[in-house]
Design a protein around this ligand. Structure first.
Ligand SMILES: Cc1ncc(COP(=O)(O)O)c(C=O)c1O
Length: 388
């Protein structure tokens, strides 16, 4: 069969590859610890599960939901106001999604024609680039470098690329680098987007996983942001609802109308019961969110402090569920370190270059196991590696 050219730019993915390699190592009797995929291992709070299960029992909830229930839109607007002090019109500035990935994957279909240019972070969460390729657009990578605190240096983008670009993807707190953005950076982004007429798409999936008292900001807090862009929010990490597919996009109403039009031709909305669970999450007590962040902070400390003591010095991130670890002494390639960690210590991490060329020199470690397992990771690394 003659498959589409775009399939050539699609690999089966690093996670499948690591799964395959894990099976081989496990066949030798090693119990592998998987810190690869960023899928939360914690459960949602009881009041969220209750809302879901009550709603599932209502036979009226099984029709197509189409655009979403108004109470969800009110809950999102209210939550954004309380959390970020950002005013949203629930009727036109909020759009429910089947997980934020749904919006991240489909938005480019509304803005990118074949050959159009989009600015995409390198390293970056893979769907940003793939969404552009699916629309047959062209990617201009924006390098995220340690010397710039993993923020793109907009002044270094060529005038030609800036003029050609129609879209820009951003994500802070960042996956995979765990970097954070400040309001000054977002102000520059708004100015740049206005000057070159670029749609800014900010993904704030990790807004609530933040440590040591730090509170991530929304792009929409920036004056003028709503004129140039939208923001994607996910309930997956904040409320541990990753398999219960729901997220939303907020911001510029024209852009949301375009995304809604695309989606109305693709899906028929989020299951009502999942929307009820989201309403319970957003309107309910937020102590569960603090507890989740506290858990990740303790995990971060166990891992980063433990590895530091044996010579692998890693900066502690302020946010996200990831450690972006520079290679320890003795290593020059993230692929080699990934292989050694799996084969010598039975630990899966993701090589940085899986997220883009600039990811070389790092591995991404997801904090998706409890503290005792992370202590075991440190123990295995101590026993099998000498960092000199
Ligand atoms: C940066 C980022 N954005 C979006 C997502 C997808 O979130 P959702 O479950 O809402 O589709 C992920 C998932 O890992 C992510 O890391």
């Amino acid at each position: 069969m003659k498959k589409a050219k775009r399939m050539e730019s699609l690999s089966s993915g690093i996670f499948n590859e690591m799964e395959e390699r894990k099976r081989k190592v496990e066949s030798k009797g090693v119990k592998v610890i998987n810190l690869g995929v960023g899928s939360p291992d914690l459960p949602p709070a009881a009041h969220i599960i209750d809302a879901l299960s009550n709603s599932v029992k209502n036979p009226l909830n099984y029709s197509y939901s189409l655009v979403g229930v108004s109470n969800l839109y009110l809950a999102v607007a209210d939550w954004y106001n309380k959390r970020f002090n950002v005013e949203l019109d629930p009727g036109s500035e909020v759009l429910a999604l089947m997980g934020s990935q749904d919006g991240l994957a489909h938005l480019a279909l509304a803005y990118i024609d074949p050959g159009d240019v989009a600015l995409v972070p390198d390293p970056g969460y893979p769907i940003y680039g793939f969404s552009i390729l699916m629309a047959q657009g062209e990617i201009r990578p924006m390098p995220l470098l340690a010397k710039n605190r993993f923020l793109p240096d907009l002044s270094r983008l060529s005038e030609k690329d800036a003029k050609k670009a129609k879209m820009m993807w951003l994500n802070y707190p960042n996956n995979p680098t765990a970097a954070i953005a400040d309001s000054k950076f977002f102000e520059n982004v708004v100015e740049f987007a206005r000057e070159y007429d670029i749609l800014v798409c900010h993904d704030v999936a990790y807004a609530e996983l933040a440590y040591d008292g730090y509170k991530p900001i929304s792009f929409l807090e920036t004056p003028g942001a709503k004129e140039v862009g939208i923001e994607f929010y996910s309930l997956s990490k904040t409320y541990n609802m990753a398999g219960c597919r729901i997220g939303f996009a907020v911001g510029n109403r024209e852009v949301l109308a375009m995304l809604s039009l695309i989606k109305s031709n693709i899906d028929y909305g989020v299951f009502y019961a999942v929307q009820e669970a989201a309403i319970a999450a957003l309107n309910g007590p937020q102590t569960c969110v603090d507890a989740t962040a506290g858990t990740y902070q303790r995990r971060r400390d166990v891992l980063v402090d433990g590895l530091g003591e044996i010579g692998w010095k890693i900066p502690k991130p302020n946010a996200s569920m990831f450690i972006w670890a520079p290679l320890p002494p003795g290593y020059v390639s993230s692929a080699a370190l990934t292989t050694d960690l799996l084969e010598k210590a039975g630990v899966i991490v993701i090589p940085g270059e899986a997220f883009g060329k600039q990811g070389e020199g790092y591995v991404r470690i997801a904090l998706v196991k409890d503290e005792s397992v992370l202590s075991e990771v440190v123990r295995r690394v101590r026993e099998n590696f000498r960092f000199i």
